[in-house]
Each structure stands twice: as C-alpha cells, then as structure tokens.
Design a protein around this ligand. Structure first.
Ligand SMILES: [Zn+2]
Length: 409
C-alpha cells in the first residue's frame, strides 16, 4: 500500500515538475521579438529604434526589421536585467515580524526566502550573488531547475568569519575553503574586519593569504568584508573583491586599481533599511536598542566613502545593495542613493549592475549585455534613468533567460 502510494505520489510530483519547468523554460524554436525605442546595451551604449530577437534562453540578434513583434516596449527604457553583487537572499523577518536572520530552516523561513527571490526578480534583478548562508544552496538550485521563480543565484555557502585570536591555522582555513567548494559554493565570502566603528582586522595577513590563495587555486572568487586596513590586506592577499570598504585610504584604493580588485561599496540602502525597520530589528541578536543611534551616526561615513571611491580613476565599482530582511525587492533604491545623493553618473550606475557586474562575477560573456549570444535577461523601465534615476523604481517588464515574468505596462 505504502509503495503504491509512494509510487503514485512521485509520479504526480514528476508530472507537476515537468509542468512547472515547462512553464518556466523558454520555448526552444520559437522566436520572440521585442520592439524598443531606447535600449541601454549594458556597456554604456544606447541603441535606438530596434528589435531584440530572442530564441530559447538567448538573444540571437539585434534587428530593426524583425517581425512579428511579440512585446512592444517602445516608449520605455529597455536594458539588461540588473545584477546585485551582494544580497542575503534568505534573510527574512519571522512569523512574529522580527528579524529572523539568514539561518532559518522552518517551512515559514523557506517560504520567506522564496518570497525574497520573487520580489527581487520583480524589481528587475535577474542575477544576485548571495553571501553568507548555506541555506542559499537549495533555493539557488530550485530556481536554476525552473521550479521556483527568482533571480539566478550565486552563493558563498558558509562564510569564513575572522575571529581574531581564536582563528584557525592557515591549513585549517584552506580546508574550510575546500569544504565550501565541495558544498557547491560559487564563491567564498570572508569577514576580515569588524565594522566602521570597530574596523580592526579579524584575520591576519597570513590567514587571509591562505583563504584567498586556496580559493584562487580552486577557481573561486573571494569577496572580503573589509574596512580600513583590512582593505589593503585583502588586496595584498590576492582576493577578488572588497565589500563595504569605508576608512580605506586613497592609496589603498589606488592599489586596488593596480591589482584589478573590485570594490562593492554601499551608499545607503542597507543602513537606511535598519532605521526604517528598527522595530523589527531592535532586540534581536546583534541589534541591541542602542545600535540604532550608532547606525544613524555612521551613515555619512558610507556616503563619504562612496564619493571618495568615485574620484579614484580606474577603480572598478560594482553594484551591491547588501539587501536583507526589509530591503529585498527594494535593491534599486541603492542606485538612487548613489546617483542622487553621492553624484554617481547614472549610466555608470546602470553599467555597474550590468556588464561590469557580470564581469565581476566572471560571467561577462553570458549576462549583463544586450547583444547576440547573451542570456535574454531583459527589463524595461517606465522612464529614463539617465534623466530621472527614480525610474529604477518603475520596472514594468522582466524577462529572465527568455521567459517573461512581468509585463505590466
Ligand atoms: Zn552583507
């Protein structure tokens, strides 16, 4: 009896799985033609009055004469789906409305994580890099299989957290890095420093060298949470990308240019989010009541650092919102803060989440550009972000890998 039940149940699951995945898989031979008056190509160029032709999951050509038109996006701004280099996709509020962190594995937490993925995709982010929880792995895989809608996810699995005196030896650190690779990590996240208020190094130079060196050997990129002196230490250790970065000097940033290290600074969303959701964070682990006055005080340090970074010629700045509970789906607010508050060039801000963001992920020849051969990750905004950056809030069309998830013009 049990066997029959199990048998028919798995049969049902298989049928259900096929239905779901065919609903979210692009039709291989069918051609989709998208007409547009303005296309930002993702690399800083603008195409006018043309059509994007999609077959399967990819863009096959740009052709002003393509017909018949399936999606008429004329009058909108069409661009590649955005890439967010730094989110915490499973970080949610719990059933009591309070901060529940990234580690929940209850059915509630799993649904909350899936909801985070959905709102992120609806906000125009077709790829995200999630840094700091092994719970990302099953969500990443479910989305990749087509059984859940969401952005393409790259994840670090478990991060390496520097603990000062209690750190492991370089050999143990190398073993930890290998363990993440075996668990399926796409990259390694490393916490090498405290915060703006306590920026001290939490890993020695030797330990950082071991972590980033081992990751490089395994073909994994390394994203290092760093402030002040930890920025230079990460660069010297051959790590790939610096997260946050305030209190680094111009010299540190120029060394990043020399070594080709990416910078992922935050202008404001992450700190603003703590303040507007204060009642949900206050009193939960890591967020004592008194921390909120300090958060308010350090916000200018983030803006000042962002402006400092903009002045360094050749510095490769990527878009990372640090989205967590309360800011999933609001990732694009970070664009507004960068452009409106800190004077970033709006085209550069778009490119940081398109071609440059893709290059930082090692996916520069697959996503982040509207050109033949690239994944058909295409979004449209009601408005022109180059003239009015708040247009990034008005995402009216989302295609990921040739599948349309939103079309609400
Ligand atoms: Zn983060």
């Amino acid at each position: 009896m049990l066997t029959i039940k199990t048998g028919s149940c798995s049969l049902l699951l298989i049928i259900f799985g096929v239905l779901i995945s065919s609903a979210q898989a692009p039709q291989q031979n069918k051609q989709i033609v998208i007409a547009a008056t303005t296309v930002l190509d993702g690399k800083g160029g603008v195409l006018r009055n043309t059509c994007i032709v999609v077959e399967g999951s990819r863009i096959v050509r740009i052709d002003p004469n393509a017909a018949p038109v399936n999606y008429d996006l004329r009058g909108l701004t069409v661009l590649p789906g955005w890439i967010d280099a730094h989110v915490h996709i499973t970080w949610s509020f719990g059933p009591d409305g309070k901060n529940a962190g990234v580690g929940g594995t209850t059915p509630y937490a799993n649904h909350a994580a899936a909801a985070n993925a959905w709102v992120t995709l609806m906000a125009g982010f077709t790829t995200v890099q999630s840094v700091g929880s092994p719970n990302d792995l099953p969500l990443r895989d479910a989305i990749a299989r087509g059984s859940l809608p969401g952005p393409r996810i790259l994840t670090s699995a478990e991060p390496l957290i520097g603990r000062g005196e209690q750190n492991h030896t370089p050999d143990e650190i190398r073993a930890f890095i290998r363990k993440q690779k075996e668990a399926g990590a796409d990259l390694i996240k490393i916490f090498a420093a405290g915060s703006v208020r306590r920026p001290q190094l939490l890993l020695s130079q030797e330990q950082l060298n071991a972590a980033c060196g081992e990751a490089k050997k395994l073909g994994l990129r390394t994203l290092v949470h760093a402030y002040k002196g930890a920025v230079r230490a990460a660069v010297l250790a051959g790590c790939t990308q610096v997260e946050h970065g305030p209190l680094a000097t111009d010299d540190d940033l120029r060394l990043m240019v020399q070594k080709g290290v990416w910078l992922d600074p935050q202008a404001g969303l992450v700190m603003e989010n703590y303040l507007i959701n204060k009642d949900k964070f206050a009193g939960t682990p890591g967020y004592p009541e008194e921390v909120f006055a300090m958060i308010k005080e350090i916000i200018p340090a983030y803006h000042d650092f962002f402006k400092q970074a903009l002045k360094i010629p050749g510095l490769k700045i990527v878009f990372g919102s640090d989205a967590l509970a309360g800011s999933h789906g609001r990732n694009a607010e970070e664009f507004i803060m960068r452009v409106r508050d800190d004077g970033a060039d709006p085209m550069a801000a778009m490119v940081s989440a398109n071609a440059a963001g893709a290059e930082a992920l090692g996916l520069g020849n697959q996503i982040g550009s509207i050109a033949s051969g690239f994944e058909a990750d295409i979004i449209a905004l009601d408005g022109d972000p180059l003239k009015d950056i708040t247009a990034v809030r008005r995402v009216v069309f989302v295609m990921k890998g040739g599948v349309v998830y939103k079309n609400v013009r």
